[in-house]
Structure formats: C-alpha cells, structure tokens
Design a protein around this ligand. Structure first.
Ligand code: IPM
Ligand code: MN
Length: 371
C-alpha cells in the first residue's frame, strides 16, 4: 500500500517520540513492502516562532492532501504563564481538528498485565480493563462562541451541539460497541445541561438501530468516580468534547502511564493519530520520554487502513518491550532505557523473527538489540 503521511512533530517531546514512530513505520514498510511517504510540517509553538501562526497555511495544505496525519504534541510553558496571549500553540491543533472536520476522537484504554503493579490503583481493580472512549472533538464548549468583556471583568464560553454533530459520532460508537462487548455508556450532565439532554434524546433514538447494544447513561461526575472504582465495567464510552478530555486523562492513570495512550481522530476525509500525552517540556530533548503512545498511534493509523497484521506486529513489539522491561523511566525507575533504545528494540523485534534472543547490554550501549 502507498500512503502519504503528514508528520507534525510539534513541540516539547513531540519530535523525539515521532522520530521513533517513523522508525517503526519504516520497519513495517520494509517488512510488508509498503511505501510510506512522509511530509513534515510545523504546528504549535514552533510554528508560532517561525511564522507567527500556530497552524501555517502550508501545514494545513499538507494535512488536507495527506492520507493521514501523525501528530506529536503541542504546547510550551511560555504561553501558560501569559494569560493575555491571544495566539497560543493549542489553537493550531484545535483549528486543524475543525478545518479537517476530525469529529471523532477515539482513545482506547487497556491494562497491560506486566504493568499492573505500576498503576496507582489496586491490581484487582485494574486487571482486565479494556474500554474505548469516543470523544466528540469539533463541537461543544471548545468551539462555541467566546466573549471577553472590554473591562476584563466578564468572560463567556458557549456550549453548543446540533443533532447532526451528535448523530455522526454516536453511530461510530454504536458500531464499535457492536463489534466489542456490546455495551455503550453515554456520559453527560443531563441533570444540568440542555446540550446533554439533546445528547440523551438523539443517542436513545439511534440506539434503536443497534438492538444488540446495551445503552447506559452516567453523569460525568459519577463517571469520574466509576472509572477509578471499577474501570472494567466500561466497554465503549461516548461523550462530548470537554468531558472526553477530562475523563480520558483520568483514565490514563489506569494503564500505569499516560505515556502509553494513543488516539485517533477521524473525519470524513482524513484522519489524525496522536498520543494523548502533552508536550512534557521538562523532558524535551533529553531522550527519556516514552515513545510508546506515539508508536501505538502509528499502529492505530495502520489499523485505519485495514493493515491489521502490521498493526498487530507493532502492538506485539510494544507488549514485548513492556514484558522485558525495556522501557523509559516513567515505567521503569531502576534499569531504564532511553527513548531511542526503546524505539530500536521495537524496530528490531518487528524486523526479526520470534526466535531472536535479546541482549540487554547491547541495548544499554545503544547497539542492535539482537544477537
Ligand atoms: C487533548 C489536549 C487538547 C484538548 C489541548 C492541547 C487543546 O488536551 O488532545 O486532549 O484539550 O483537546
Ligand atoms: Mn487532553
């Protein structure tokens, strides 16, 4: 298969984790004879520094014409300190989502057996967690009308949803539930918000077309508790933009590290794949950021194009690295490996066959992991 992939490494640790993800995609294309053509473009703080615009026209152009986009991370602390900054790196990502109509953000959350001890939650609670969050991504309070009064004493964010915005992601979530454990939970705040009541109405209606799927409702505050108390009760979670943002970060605690969670943002034409972690400025350039979320995002990209065996290879390699403890310090505080070491191990594992022996000393030296 031939694919054109727009690469948007972005800020902070974005470039170093995307570098590893590309290494893995290259290993896959070598093994399966695919052609992946990459087109690199700037977004976020780095784009502001170069052009004054967090999403330059050229970047948007490259993304619109690509088959898929692989995105690193966005954000720089210098903008967090300045509350008056009108141009912010995050606007680059938000505009990209809106312009490309990437309305469905899909975030799988699973527990890895070998990492259960890393979770802050008890083993019995975490074990067997396997759910997927469908977060609406181009509507709600993120994109509603905003006002900031001239005297600086009043500010307004508007939360707006239309039936069609709800319906299109609801169908995707129901289809996912149908192919999984057939349980969909709509998370909202229907006791307070009128937009949530519209969500309930539409989703109830749509559920009639998916008779095999059990539909449940949960208020966002209760959901936050339930995610931590009993994550195994969830199969597919459907929710609006802001609740999805908050709940997916809460859910990331379950896996033991936010450095593991990948995501796909699907639109009508193109799709974007990105780790859910941020730009982690303190780790920038230090070669210890966890590349697994970026690598797993690349696996989601392949799955999107039905390259199932290829994606499976990546997931197996990731599981192996976790099993062998060939991981960055967030997962392994004693005998840890660098971002590059982890990427090299994954590449070698994909390219070599199962009978390979691994030499940890070689990994330490940054040499081939295979003897
Ligand atoms: C995410 C991020 C973004 C969001 C930020 C960077 C604007 O937190 O992708 O979850 O809030 O959607
Ligand atoms: Mn977020």
């Amino acid at each position: 298969m031939k694919l054109t992939i727009a690469l948007l490494p972005g800020d902070g640790i974005g470039p170093e984790v995307i570098h590893q993800a590309v290494k893995i995609l290259d290993a896959i294309s070598e093994k399966y004879n695919h052609t992946f053509e990459y087109k690199k473009a700037d977004v976020g703080a780095i784009a502001i520094d170069k052009t004054g615009n967090p999403l330059p026209d050229e970047t948007l152009e490259i993304c619109s014409s690509a088959d898929a986009i692989l995105f690193g991370a966005i954000g720089d602390p210098k903008y967090d300190k300045d509350h008056n900054a009108t141009i912010r790196p995050e606007q680059g990502l938000l505009r990209l989502r809106k312009e490309l109509d990437l309305y469905a953000n899909i975030r799988p959350v699973i527990s890895y057996d070998y990492l259960i001890h890393k979770s802050n939650l008890k083993k019995e609670i975490v074990e067997g967690t396997d759910f997927i969050i469908y977060r609406e991504l181009t509507g709600g309070i993120y994109f509603g009308e905003k006002k900031f009064s001239e005297d600086g004493k009043e500010a307004i964010d508007t939360c707006k949803y239309t039936a069609s915005e709800i319906d299109r992601i609801a169908h995707l979530a129901f289809k996912a539930a149908k192919s999984r454990r057939k349980k969909l939970t709509l998370i909202d705040k229907a006791n307070v918000l009128v937009t949530s009541r519209l969500w309930r109405k539409r989703v109830k209606e749509i559920s009639k077309s998916y008779p095999g799927v059990q539909l449940n409702f949960l208020y966002a505050n209760t959901a936050a508790m339930q995610l931590i108390l009993k994550p195994t009760q969830f199969d597919v979670i459907l929710t609006e933009n802001m609740f999805g943002d908050i709940l997916s970060d809460a859910a990331s605690v379950i896996s033991g590290s936010i450095g593991l969670l990948a995501s796909a943002s699907i639109g009508k034409k193109t799709a974007l794949f990105e780790p859910i972690h941020g730009s982690y400025p303190k780790a920038k350039g230090k070669n210890f950021a966890n590349p697994l979320a970026a690598v797993l995002s690349a696996a989601m990209l392949l799955e999107h194009f039905q390259l199932i065996d290829e994606a499976e290879d990546i997931k197996n390699a990731v599981e192996k690295s976790i099993e062998l403890n060939i991981t960055t310090p967030d997962l392994n505080s004693t005998n840890h490996f660098s971002t590059t070491n982890v990427g090299n191990f994954l590449r070698d594992f994909i390219l070599d066959d199962e009978n390979t022996f691994y030499n940890k000393n070689n990994i330490d030296l940054g040499q081939s992991t295979i003897i």
